[in-house]
Design a protein around this ligand. Structure first.
Ligand SMILES: [Zn+2]
Length: 228
């Protein structure tokens, strides 16, 4: 049972899509959960890098705070790596920012992106977290889990990147409603059905992952490493 969890996500909404049900369940069990976003999630929606309004950025951050409050997250932090352009940043700089987060929060468990996602920021985030989690003597992180993100993980093609083959499941039957409520806070990020990132698509995935393990709803992960 973890004591302190850090979720390292590229963009606001990834944390709810990937592990919102698990976050709410862990919080219910008394676990402290911190969420950190590395990219701002706004830049790529504008024609020029940096052309987004301050107002839009603040709105996105307020939305993320609202969504994470629903889940019971203790703290939310925002990075400023360029959205959908994290391949333009030296990996070492991203690793250092993750190392700062780990030093600050001392998590025993980290949730982050899968290595094979289509989204470049997700892949860079994964690489940075794995590097920052090298199990050196005294390193706090004992468990590293990688989540799936609808409209990124399943949109990769075979042979281009590792396939998402989950081997770790969390029963979220009791917290699916809070995951969906947190997603509703991110309403502007959702798409109409039939899109994987529609409310229906997200619930169908949770129901399917649940069916795989014989429960009402679940979130699926790949275990990167576990030390006990
Ligand atoms: Zn994302």
């Amino acid at each position: 049972m973890p004591k302190t969890v850090l979720v390292v996500a590229a963009h606001p909404d990834d944390e709810v899509l990937g592990c919102g049900g698990a976050i709410a369940m862990l919080v219910d069990q008394g676990v402290i959960v911190h969420v950190a976003f590395l990219a701002d999630g706004v830049f790529s929606r504008t024609p020029e890098p940096g052309a987004q309004s301050e107002e839009e950025l603040q709105l996105r951050r307020a939305t993320a705070q609202k969504a994470n409050k629903i889940l019971g997250v203790k703290s939310v932090s925002f990075g400023d790596f360029p959205d959908n352009r994290m391949d333009t940043v030296a990996l070492l700089d991203i690793v250092k920012s993750v190392e700062v987060l780990i030093a600050k929060h001392q998590p025993d468990t980290i949730f982050t992106h899968h290595a094979g996602d289509l989204n470049i920021d997700h892949r860079r985030t994964h690489e940075a977290v794995v590097t920052a989690c090298r199990p050196r003597p005294g390193h706090p992180v004992k468990t590293l889990l990688c989540f799936e993100i609808p409209s990124s993980t399943e949109w990769q093609v075979p042979g281009s990147a590792p396939f998402f083959a989950p081997n770790w499941f969390v029963d979220i039957s009791g917290t699916l409603d809070r995951k969906m409520a947190a997603l509703n806070a991110y309403a502007t990020e959702l798409c109409p059905w039939p899109h994987p990132r529609s409310l229906q698509g997200i619930e169908h995935l949770a129901r399917w992952r649940g069916a795989v393990i014989g429960v009402e709803a679940a979130e699926a992960f790949i275990l990167g490493r576990h030390l006990s």
